[in-house]
Structures are given as C-alpha cells and as structure tokens.
Design a protein around this ligand. Structure first.
Ligand code: SF4
Length: 340
C-alpha cells in the first residue's frame, strides 16, 4: 500500500466535507452530481442537486420530463449542453436499458455526455471499480507532489498523469482513494495559497522541496477568446414582448431570448429593421458576459411599439410569462436589475 494513499486516505477521513452525493451508492445520483459539478462550484451546485433529485428521483422520471422543464431547473448553471446531454442520456437508459445504469467504466463511456472523468467517477464511487478519476484537482496535486512540468492540457500530459494516477490508486479502495485525492486538491492543495505548512504530504512533495509549487501545474497557452456583440430587442407591446428560441450549433442552443441582432463590433445599432429608431426608449450600457472561449458584449434596446411585424420564429408572450422559459444567464442577470 503506498504511503501516498495512506496519508491522503487518513487525511480524507478526518477532513472531508459532508456532501449529499457522498451518502449514496446510487449511480444515477452520483452521475447527476458529477454533471452538475462540472464547471460549477460545490456550494452553487448543492441546491441544484437537491432540486433535481426532488423533481426526478429516478432516471426514468428525468427521461419522462420534457426538455424545457429540465432546462428550466438547470437555469443559472450555464453550459446548457450538459443539461441536454443529461436528458438525452436519461432517455436512453430508461428506454434502452430498462432504467438500469451501466455498471462499468467501459459501458459508461459509451453514453452521450459521459467522458472519461465522469465515467471514472460513477464507476468508482457507485461500483468501486478500480479506475482513477483525473480532474483538475487531481492534476494539480500530482503535478505538485511529483513536480511535473509537462503541461496538463497536452496529449503527453494527459497520458502521463493518467498512468501516474493508475499506479497510485489503491486497488481495493478506489472510491476512497479517488474521493480523497479530489477533496485534497479542493481543500488543501488549492490553486492559490495551498496550505503547505499543514500538509500531510509535505515531506514527500517534490514541488515543495524544489520551491516550484506556484509554477505547478503547467498549462499550455489558452485558446483565443472570440469577441461577440449582441443587441437584444426588448419590444414593449401592451405588457407583452417577443422572444425567439436559439437554433443551430451555437451557444445556448434551444434557450429563449429576445430577438437578437449580432454585429461585428461594439457600436450601438443605428437602425432596426422592425422599428423606427425614435421608438427606442432606452439602450442599455454594454454588459459583458464571459464564457470559456467567448466574450459577449450585449446591449438591450427597449422599443415601444404596438405595430411590430414579427418574424416567423418570434413568439409573443406576456411579460410575466418570461419566467417560464429557460433563458441564458446573461439575460437572466439583466432582468434581475431591469424589470420589463
Ligand atoms: S506541500 Fe503544498 S504543494 Fe505539496 S501537496 Fe501539500 S499543499 Fe500541495
């Protein structure tokens, strides 16, 4: 048994947080929690987890729900493709596998939206399969403990860290080992200000010895960020407004929004095909919304008009009904401060 495993397992037993998905072996609940926690902080994810298991206590319940109600519950978490994949995979498990979750890493990997990380988490936490979980926390702990300068987001890095994690995992306690190293990265060996002075691994940590903790892990340069300029048209038509559903392979697919004009630069619109400029009551200051590879600058145009000729995909709704539609977080944030 490796010293590394003994130390973090012992640390985990004493320090772990009591998180709701840790008190279950149900692969459906574990899968839900893992999908929610991708790109989401634990404290932000907990209410969503409770909401989902309350509305959909079994994978068959999630499968039977319509997509819009799933997206509504997901609202605020961002990265909506996660919710769509969740729903699609639930339908597949319910209809093709009689509601029974696949019980191995290899089978889990064949499901839509389940990559190596989620498959390893579900296989080890629910079925105690001997497969390592390698998430951002694990990369960081390993890169520091073994003082590795191979970029974690390179092909060579992915291979190296995976094989290191495979060598370290305890074959009889894979779930405990995976939970422990992930929690260790989340609480002790944190991205900023790791708690080296109280660390149980300090004696064997090579980055600590070599004073390279702040330089680990190494990442190759980030992908360039695409700037986009959105102009939302908020029509005021006798306490009604128009919305449209986003289509095509783009961000926020199938969510609803005010009719949108996208331009190549940040300048406000000087003409709007469906209205006269003197009907524009107000133009908001640009609001910036950051996604992983896109920076969106959005303006909202409040337009008073009772005679709009709508496009075929526009839907006229009462202002108050807007809350029943899943909308991007950017619009949600705007509406928190500006009621219709
Ligand atoms: S000594 Fe510091 S860098 Fe090394 S494992 Fe512990 S917390 Fe992480």
């Amino acid at each position: 048994m490796s010293e590394f495993h003994l130390l973090i397992a012992d640390w985990y037993r004493q320090t772990k947080r009591d998180l709701p998905w840790r008190n279950t072996n149900d692969p459906y609940f574990i899968w839900l929690s893992e999908v929610i926690l991708q790109q989401t902080r634990v404290d932000q994810g907990i209410p969503y987890y409770y909401r989902f298991i309350e509305h959909f206590p079994h994978v068959d319940d999630l499968a039977a729900a319509d997509l819009q109600s799933v997206l509504n519950l997901w609202q605020g978490l961002g990265y909506y493709s996660r919710a769509r994949n969740l729903h699609q995979t639930a339908k597949f498990i319910s209809s093709e596998l009689n509601g029974v979750f696949p019980a191995s890493y290899a089978e889990l990997l064949t499901l839509k939206g389940i990559g190596p990380y989620t498959a390893a988490a579900v296989a080890s936490f629910a079925f105690n399969e001997n497969v390592p979980v390698v998430d951002g926390n694990v990369y960081r702990v390993l890169a520091r403990h073994f003082d590795i300068d191979t970029p974690i987001n390179s092909t060579a890095g992915a291979k190296l860290f995976k094989s290191l994690a495979e060598n370290l995992i305890h074959p009889k306690h894979p779930a405990l080992h995976n939970q422990a190293i992930m929690e260790f990265g989340a609480l002790q060996c944190t991205p900023k200000n790791p708690k080296c002075s109280t660390c149980v691994l300090q004696g064997s940590c090579l980055a600590f010895a070599n004073k390279t903790v702040q330089e680990r892990p190494v990442k190759t340069k980030k992908q360039t960020v695409r700037n986009r300029f959105f102009h939302y048209l908020v029509f005021h038509v006798n306490a009604h407004t128009y919305i449209q559903q986003r289509k095509g392979r783009d961000i926020w697919e199938e969510l609803f929004q005010f009719p949108l004009i996208e331009t190549e630069n940040d300048s406000p619109l000087t003409e709007i095909p469906w209205a006269q400029m003197n009907q524009v009551l107000e133009i908001s200051a640009p609001i910036t919304h950051l996604l992983s590879h896109q920076r969106i600058s959005a303006r909202f145009y409040h337009i008073h008009s009772s005679e709009v000729k709508p496009e075929t995909d526009w839907i006229l709704i009462q202002n108050a009904a807007l809350q029943d539609f899943p909308i991007p977080r950017l619009i949600d944030k705007y509406l928190e401060r500006h009621s219709l």
